[in-house]
Design a binder for this molecule. Structure first.
Ligand SMILES: *Cc1c(COP(=O)(O)O)cnc(C)c1O
Length: 382
């Protein structure tokens, strides 16, 4: 694969000789109108009609009972883990191949990660690898699932739908119920991605979505907790609102709370972005089709959606023949203003997680060494 051909191909898609970012937001819909309206109303903060509207839009779109808006995706995941009952000293199974926010959220619950391998098909947590780890290292007791060596409780499993590609959720649900583990989905990257017709983030007890500036739609900064039923939704809203018991003037808070509410100003942006989400999804799917065709007969693998799923193709990704080829492509594309990126360093290589327990991570290591993300902003269909 010649980087010159790749650069030409990408410039052709975006029809520009300027710098091409990995993923940039666009605001060509009602964004300005709605944001100006919140300014005029003075309801810019955590109460306002756009917060309610945005929560309803996300709940309806994902098919979940309740969606609770938060200041960002990390805050949504932090809240989701709290709601799922993760406690100080617990262990939580997740993937080493993820963005650091997944692990930060569980670290701030006082929990420790156990890193398990990903599937090369989805790039997300592999249910078989989770089962293998548990059957070797865990046992079921009256307290629940216990790690045989440290006697800590293994409380939850947090898979991440990498770049929007859904993991094998049915299989993971089976493993979680067998071992009595809470399933909390990090769906930060997968708004618009469906697993066998169900939206990602709706098979776990709780899930977190992100609306950071680089995600498929953005609220500037923002997130959402997806809750399986009305009751857990109300409780989630309560804890993101400092756990204040409603009263005309008394300050009474009945449990540890967060101040994680999304401001109305940001929700206004979110409501407008939801209106264009279907168009973005169509545009990104077409772009992915073209990448797939482009890499068709090369020595590079373009990551396509798993056959059981419909991906949002948030970030397009290729797996190179080897690390040398990856490094050359990274160097040569970035040098001419076409932004490409390697995948995140595996979490156990970061100082704060280097002592974490882990299973075999050989698939994660291959991907870490050879993957590149390519420009993926939605682009006009022509
Ligand atoms: C973006 C992202 C988050 C966190 O979202 P923020 O809104 O940036 O806090 C969490 N997990 C993953 C995998 C992400 O990509």
């Amino acid at each position: 694969m010649k980087s010159k051909l790749l650069v030409e191909f990408i410039r052709d898609q975006y029809q520009t000789k300027e710098f091409i970012p990995l993923h940039a937001p666009t605001f060509n819909g009602n964004e300005k109108n709605y944001v100006m309206e919140t300014l005029d109303s003075t309801f810019v903060s955590s109460v306002g009609k756009y917060v309610d509207k945005f929560e309803h839009q996300i709940a309806r779109y994902t098919g979940t009972s309740r969606a609770i808006a938060t200041v960002n995706g990390t805050a949504a995941l932090h809240t989701a883990l709290y709601m799922a009952g993760v406690q100080y000293g617990d262990l939580v199974i997740t993937q080493a191949l993820t963005f650091v926010a997944t692990c930060n959220a569980l670290y701030h619950m006082g929990a420790e990660p156990i890193f398990v391998d990903v599937s090369p098909i989805s790039l997300g947590l592999c249910p078989k690898a989770v089962e293998n780890y548990l059957s070797e290292h865990a046992e079921l007791t009256e307290q629940g699932c216990i790690h045989k060596t440290t006697r800590q409780i293994i409380r939850a499993v947090v898979p991440m739908h990498t770049f929007g590609h859904p993991i094998q959720l049915d299989e993971l649900v089976v493993v979680c119920s067998k071992w009595q583990l809470a399933l909390v989905e990090d769906a930060a990257e997968s708004l618009g991605s469906f697993y066998k017709g169900k939206h990602t983030g709706t098979l776990g007890e709780f899930a977190a979505v992100s609306f950071n500036g680089n995600k498929i739609i953005t609220t500037g900064g923002g997130g959402m907790v997806l809750c399986r039923n009305e009751e857990s939704g109300q409780h989630t809203k309560h804890v993101t609102t400092t756990s204040k018991v409603p009263h005309p003037y008394e300050f009474f808070h009945d449990e540890p709370g967060f101040n994680y509410r999304m401001p109305n100003l940001n929700a206004a942006l979110g409501c407008a972005q939801m209106e264009v989400l279907p168009e973005y999804l169509a545009q990104k799917r077409q772009l992915a089709e073209r990448y797939k065709e482009f890499f068709g007969n090369s020595d590079i693998t373009f990551m396509v959606e798993p056959d059981y799923a419909q991906s949002n193709y948030w970030l397009n990704a290729i797996v190179c023949r080897d690390t040398k080829q990856r490094n050359e492509l990274l160097e040569q594309t970035n040098a001419v203003g076409v932004m490409t990126r390697p995948i995140w360093k595996l979490m156990h290589r970061l100082p704060m997680f280097e002592k974490a327990m882990r299973g075999d991570l050989s698939q994660s290591e291959v991907i870490e060494a050879n993957l590149i993300n390519l420009p993926s902003s939605p682009v006009e269909i022509n």
